[in-house]
Design a binder for this molecule. Structure first.
Ligand SMILES: [Zn+2]
Length: 81
């Protein structure tokens, strides 16, 4: 009886170990995928817009909404200086 109990416990431990190994494998796989993706720089989506200051068409790294104060690069630089 005692031996059966121990064998049961051992099989339970093996099951848990298998579970942990599976989780580890998944974690490692996702980690590998992440490091694989990291070197590539994030591509920013650019949106066409019209500069509210000089009226020139330009592209901005964000989606321009109605009435937004869009500035082209040269106007943006001017406002910064
Ligand atoms: Zn401008």
């Amino acid at each position: 009886m005692e031996q059966e109990k121990i064998e049961n416990e051992i099989s339970m431990i093996y099951l848990r170990l298998n579970n942990i190994e599976e989780k580890l494998d998944k974690a490692l796989m996702t980690k590998e995928k992440q490091t694989e993706l990291k070197p590539t720089a994030p591509i920013k989506t650019m949106y066409p817009a019209v500069c509210s200051q000089c009226g020139q068409s330009c592209i901005v790294p964000f989606k321009p909404h109605d009435g937004a104060n869009i500035k082209c690069i040269s106007c943006y630089r001017e406002s910064k200086e």
